[in-house]
Write a protein that binds this ligand. Structure first.
Ligand SMILES: [Zn+2]
Length: 411
């Protein structure tokens, strides 16, 4: 086997951040017909680069195998669509975007975000490699190019006379193993006075709250502000602002522009977070050493809860079939022995089974029918929304369980 090296700086990768063992691809839902087939499992072994402190997974599975038919439709989460709407209103105002502007979203999914720009009469282009979700976007009048984004795609667009006043990408930066090609593409595509905004889950939150279930094969990178700054700088892009967002358990939205024409000044909140990260030790290796042990303790606590509940004869259903749920359940070894079924609003997932654990995915109505004692919320980042939607379980004394950062029960 080839020596492992950092996907950004190429330094040898030797230092383990956490090793979660072998896992199936977390979005490879299993159909009834395939239940008796073997399933490929790949390592979920995360490293931290000793040179640039970028936390990363090795590329075990190529993005072409993951993203060309994707089960994740952003529009199924109401609060995410609202988040997109708020972002659109804010950025249109801040950058004074008009019908003369051009906005490009990288990994535009089903048009959940760009539809809000379209409604304001601002020209957009979505770039989305999964043909099945891109098709839904096009039906919503969101022009979408079915492609992976990188230097080549950017060159093609620029050759067509297209450069973007705003390039945005939400939860995509972590999903492209060739990060230098991806950020290099942004550099090319961005108009001289243009701004790029990128959102990603914040590594500091992941570590503070033991959010190990956000680690899966689709996520090659786990960024701090400092590691993102270093990568953008290497491609001639300077970060000048950052927002801390509650999405996905704690995300950052970074703002960047061309290093050669710094039209925006660096904000106070940017300096403050950079300082906070330095004080927290994101540029020191020993900071990364305790995470793995915290993860094991999180697993022991969840199992303790589930074992005790089953010994008391309680029934447990899951809510949601998100990627993170699959990392959690596979790592903890939680299958039909603890959880009878899970439910999801996404009709694409209903009737299928969770990868690895083979827990059936049913429509949400199943909960009312079977009246479980506990509902384990797998997409804990949407817990408030879900506890509203399924609040009726209180009619029979049902309770909600949230597994991360530690087991919490809500009546
Ligand atoms: Zn590195």
């Amino acid at each position: 086997m080839e020596a492992k090296s950092c996907l950004f700086c190429r330094a040898p990768l030797r230092r383990t951040f956490v090793d979660l063992g072998m896992h199936p691809l977390c979005e490879s839902y299993v159909s009834e017909d395939n239940l008796n087939q073997m399933e490929p499992f790949y390592p979920l072994h995360v490293f931290v680069c000793e040179q640039c402190f970028l936390v990363q997974l090795q590329e075990y599975v190529s993005p072409a195998d993951i993203f060309t038919e994707y089960a994740y439709f952003s529009s199924y989460a109401d609060s995410w669509v609202q988040h997109a709407k708020r972002y659109t209103d804010m950025i249109v105002e801040r950058l004074k975007l008009t019908a003369e502007s051009f906005v490009v979203e990288l990994a535009s999914n089903d048009g959940y975000l760009l539809q809000h720009f379209v409604a304001k009469g601002i020209p957009v282009l979505g770039i989305e490699p999964a043909a099945n979700v891109a098709k839904v976007a096009v039906e919503k009048q969101v022009p979408t190019l079915v492609k992976f984004f990188g230097v080549q795609t950017a060159r093609d667009l620029v050759a067509d006379g297209k450069r973007a006043d705003l390039v945005l990408g939400n939860n995509v930066l972590a999903q492209v193993p060739d990060i230098n090609d991806f950020v290099g593409g942004i550099k090319l595509l961005l108009a001289p006075q243009g701004v790029v905004t990128i959102e990603f889950p914040h590594l500091m939150k992941l570590m503070e709250e033991s959010q190990f279930d956000t680690i899966y094969h689709e996520h090659f990178f786990y960024f701090s502000l400092m590691s993102a700054e270093r990568i953008f700088a290497a491609h001639g892009l300077t970060l000048f602002d950052v927002e801390e967002l509650p999405t996905h358990g704690g995300s950052l939205r970074i703002y960047g522009h061309h290093a050669e024409d710094k039209i925006h000044s660096v904000t106070e909140r940017y300096r403050e977070l950079a300082q906070r990260e330095k004080s927290a030790g994101v540029e020191r290796l020993d900071t990364y050493a305790t995470f793995a042990e915290n993860v094991k303790e999180t697993k022991r606590k969840l199992l303790e809860f589930l074992i005790e509940a089953k010994r008391k004869g309680k029934t447990i259903a899951g809510y949601g079939a998100p990627g993170k749920g699959n990392t959690l359940l596979n790592y903890c070894g939680v299958r039909g022995d603890f959880i009878d079924y899970t439910v999801d609003r996404n009709t694409y997932k209903q009737g299928k089974y969770l990868p690895g654990t083979h827990i059936p995915i049913l429509p949400p109505e199943k909960i009312r029918e079977t009246k479980p004692d506990y509902v384990l919320i797998l997409p804990w980042n949407f817990k408030d929304e879900i506890m509203d939607q399924v609040g009726y379980i209180r009619e029979w004394g049902g309770q909600f369980v949230v597994p991360i950062p530690e087991v919490r029960v809500y009546s």
